[in-house]
Design a protein around this ligand. Structure first.
Ligand code: SF4
Length: 290
């Protein structure tokens, strides 16, 4: 076993996934038992997963409280109308205002109506011949966008173009974006091992790492990539480096690496009191300042 794999295995053993889950947007998805509720809850939770956990958790809570008021995320999306849109007018988070959430709801409504579930829609764009999930993700997001555009008037959106903040939600691999939030959503849906849900039957080996700032900086220190830009190419480079450690499940360390950063256990600089007890210290190239 390589030193890197050994170190990452130690990280997995050291970090309690149940504890990390309490500070992860995936915890919201675990509230639901039915796949069709989990899929919808996961889209909203993943799309709001930027910035500080303490800031976006209450927003996910508000959105899902509203969904639960109407019988759960899928029932809420299925019935979503202008009246539902007005009820969430007070909800916003940083770049995203309430029309973005309403447009996402009607986009998902259209997809569910055309394909019966988000998984069925994703499957339509997927082929076992694809190297990774990028092509299928591109088609999936394009479908949500198409339906949101078609149904925008149903939630009172009168302009011909959809808001920029909403279009930002619909980032696509073809544009070069790392699509962190969509890749996070796909990890939740596809990987079987806890805390991921494994409810979509797509091989984990096709996943691409959800590239957030923590994962990127720690990956640089571990030599998993050399690219300084957090784009799709970098996400693929990290995934390919990790594939050498686990061919079938390259992003199995993602949750543990991300939470090493989220929890503040890694400051992405040498801190003697932290680094000397870090499971990655033997392979981390962080510059030691004595
Ligand atoms: S050794 Fe220090 S800088 Fe490197 S990953 Fe661990 S905590 Fe982070």
């Amino acid at each position: 076993m390589s030193a890197l794999k050994k170190a990452l295995e130690s990280l997995l053993i050291e970090r309690d996934p149940q504890k990390s889950l309490q500070n992860d947007p995936l915890s919201f998805v675990h509230r639901y038992e039915k796949q069709y509720d989990q899929e919808i809850a996961a889209v909203f939770a993943a799309q709001l997963a930027y910035g500080r956990v303490a800031s976006f958790f209450p927003i996910i809570e508000k959105i899902l409280d509203e969904a639960d008021h109407f019988g759960g995320p899928r029932a809420w999306v299925n019935a979503f109308s202008n009246a539902h849109s007005q009820r969430i007018e007070h909800i916003y988070y940083r770049l995203n205002k309430s029309p973005d959430f309403a447009l996402l709801a009607v986009g998902l409504q259209g997809v569910c109506s055309e394909y019966s579930s988000l998984f069925s829609c994703f499957q339509q764009g997927y082929s076992t011949d694809h190297d990774n999930i990028n092509t299928a993700l591109d088609a999936f997001v394009a479908n949500i966008s198409r339906h949101a555009q078609k149904r925008a008037s149903s939630i009172g959106w009168k302009q011909s173009t959809l808001p920029r903040s909403f279009r930002h939600m619909l980032s696509r691999p073809a544009s070069g974006s790392a699509c962190k939030r969509w890749n996070l959503f796909l990890r939740w849906m596809i990987r079987v091992e806890f805390p991921d849900l494994g409810i979509w039957d797509i091989p984990s080996q096709k996943l691409i790492i959800p590239l957030d700032t923590h994962v990127h900086q720690i990956s640089l220190m571990l030599g998993l990539c050399s690219q300084k830009s957090a784009n799709n190419k970098t996400a693929r480079a990290i995934t390919e480096s990790l594939r050498k450690l686990d061919e079938k499940d390259p992003i199995r360390y993602d949750f543990a690496i991300a939470h090493l950063g989220i929890s503040g256990s890694c400051q992405k600089k040498y801190v003697s009191s932290i680094c000397t007890s870090c499971p990655l210290q033997t392979v981390c190239t962080v510059e030691k300042r004595i």
